[in-house]
Design a protein around this ligand. Sequence first.
Ligand code: NCD
Length: 307
Amino acid sequence: MLKTRHLIEPSDLTLEELDDLFTLAERIEKEPLYLRESCRGKLLAVLFFEPSTRTRLSFEAAMFRLGGSCLGFADPSASSTVKGESLADTVRMVACYADVIVMRNPKEGAALLASRYSSVPVINAGDGGHHHPTQTLTDLLAIRRLRGFIGNFTIGFCGDLKFGRTVHSLAKTLVRYCGVKQMFISPPELRVPSYITTELGVNGIEYVETDSIESVIGQLDVLYMTRVQKERFFNEEDYIRLKDTYILDTRKMELAKKDLFVLHPLPRVNEITPEVDSDPRAVYFKQAKFGMFIRMALLAEILDTVI
Ligand code: NCD
């Protein structure tokens, strides 16, 4: 059973709990029948106030594969939110019907607020440009599976580091692992927030900020590409100006190490050309599959159904 009932930020989990989740996810992947019926009779409420493909579907697939069921909405226009119901009231009601809630919301802090009104555990599936802890679990499991363990590598985050919640959650969590050097590659307007670099500085973690991918790609063991987050821009002109700042193509891949891994939380827009997909170093589709196994492990732990 996890120490915490809610998962709002990755820091809600201890390093030991993270490690246990990865071990459990690996076992589930190897032994598909293990935990198959463990959540029978349990209900997952899926409340998505923002679009999603992977996160929502992998949570639903995870719950079904554990023998449980799901209810909820993928579009808030079908909920009482359009009638003016507050998030607090919606969550209070849903908690009467379900055993656990997974929620995505465009407002930073929404998951934390929901957790204060919910009598069942709340899992944050993304709150605005703030955090996305289960994507971090997915990313870390991918790194562990691909590199053997989490530590002693250089990671480059590239793209929209200002609004990219997956970057914020992963960068902050990697501070807790040994020997991880972080490089932040972005245009000046989309730099990583200072609360992240302050966290790195305070912990004595080496990091670099640059706007040139070519100048650092050769030093990276992991390249974490991201999409420019169109929905968080205040004006379209800025988005159009910045959206194609970085395009990873086969020419740039020639500058990279032979054992680099390219991760991306997906969806991809233009930032990786389709030719790169056939490069064995491009592992973003494999990474997405780890998301289902780690969400199975998380649900089984939160619902305390691991035998
Ligand atoms: C990410 C998100 O929603 O923050 N997607 C995901 O959950 N895999 C990344 C993105 O939308 O760019």
